[in-house]
Structures are given as C-alpha cells and as structure tokens.
Design a protein around this ligand. Structure first.
Ligand SMILES: [Zn+2]
Length: 205
C-alpha cells in the first residue's frame, strides 16, 4: 500500500467509511440540539393533539374552535406559539355560555322534606339552611358533572348555582339549581377568573 493512498495508515475507503459513520452517529446523538426547530415543531404538533384530546375528554360540553392551531403557525417562536394557543383556548372556555334554558329533572317528591318549599323562597341574601342537603341531591341528579363544561366535579369542588338568579325571581327549588365546577362557578359569578384550573392543566401538558 503506498503512503499517498492511505490516511493514518488505513486504506482510504475504510477510513472514509469510519469518518462517515462517525459523522452520522454524532448527528443522531445530538439530533435534538442540531435540528431544534424541527423537533420543537414536531413537539408542538404533539402538544396540539394532546391539548385537543384533553379538552374534548375533560370538557365535553364546550365546543372549542381549534383554528388557533393554524393561526399560531405564523408566530416563529415555538414558546410564544404555545402561549398564544393556551391563551386562546382558555378565553374560549371563559366565553362559553351556560345554557340558561337547561331543563332539569325534578327530584322525586318522596326525597323532599317538610320545610323544603318554605326554605326554597329567598330570604335576603341568605342561603337556605338546608343548602348542603340540596347540594347532595343536585350532585346526585347531575351525576357530579358540571352542567356548563361537562367536567367531573368532586363534591368538595362542586358549587350549586341558581340558573335563574334570585334578582330575576329565581328560587332555591332544585329545578333551579345546577352543579358547576370551580372554574365555571368563578366564571359565572365573575370571581377570580385569573386563577383557573384549566389554565394550570393546559400549561402542564
Ligand atoms: Zn365546569
């Protein structure tokens, strides 16, 4: 073997093959660092699918519009894109309307008690003294499901809500009460909507 045709004493074909294998191995090992944008884009696609699946299974009563996935493509920074997408979906959740014409099955009369009718009439801003009893019956009737978004609400995170407000002549009859989850209660009563569980959940996906 002549010295002109060798590199480090090896045949040119062998040494160039080793070099090529080495380059491809390094590209493979550091692929995520080298092709950052490709992997961020791919993970954004996965993220969008995860978001959609989560929203549809957790809040089946809310019809989300996912056109933000397309619109956000214009934004070159993947982190900003994620932010725009989450913000848009949370806003849609906040803006969704509670169907005030929801008709609620009455609770069988044998489950009611003597002072039920009397205590169903509003007395100033006071809640009826049998509020927790009413809550249990409504939870059971609504299957622990928030009637605005459809999420499962644990009893400790569930709230009773008057469909027709007291100021509009609503009473505390069980037909006028529905179960709402924490988030929907905050939204319908316009309290603390900066701190919503849905936001934390979407950010942690
Ligand atoms: Zn809800």
């Amino acid at each position: 073997m002549s010295i002109e045709n060798s590199y480090l004493g090896l045949d040119f074909t062998i040494s160039s093959s080793i070099l090529i294998i080495l380059i491809f191995s390094l590209l493979y090992i550091f692929r995520k660092k080298i092709f950052t944008f490709y992997y961020k884009d791919k993970s954004l696609g996965d993220f969008n699918n995860k978001l959609k699946a989560y929203l549809e299974s957790t809040y089946p009563k809310i019809k989300f519009d996912y056109s933000i996935f397309q619109d956000a493509q214009k934004e070159p920074n993947p982190d900003t894109r994620r932010y725009l997408i989450i913000d848009n979906l949370v806003q849609q959740f906040i803006n969704a309307k509670l169907d005030e014409n929801i008709s609620k099955k009455p609770i069988p009369k044998d489950k009611l008690w003597d002072s039920y009718v009397y205590d169903s009439k509003p007395d100033g801003n006071k809640l009826p003294k049998d509020w927790s009893r009413r809550k249990l019956l409504v939870l059971e009737r609504d299957g622990n499901i928030c009637q605005r978004c459809g999420t499962h609400a644990k009893p400790e995170n569930a709230h009773l809500f008057n469909i027709k407000s007291l100021s509009d002549g609503g009473y505390f009859y069980l037909e006028n009460l529905v179960i709402l989850c924490n988030d929907c209660y905050k939204i319908t009563t316009k309290k603390n909507i900066k701190y919503l569980d849905i936001k934390d959940a979407l950010e942690s996906l």
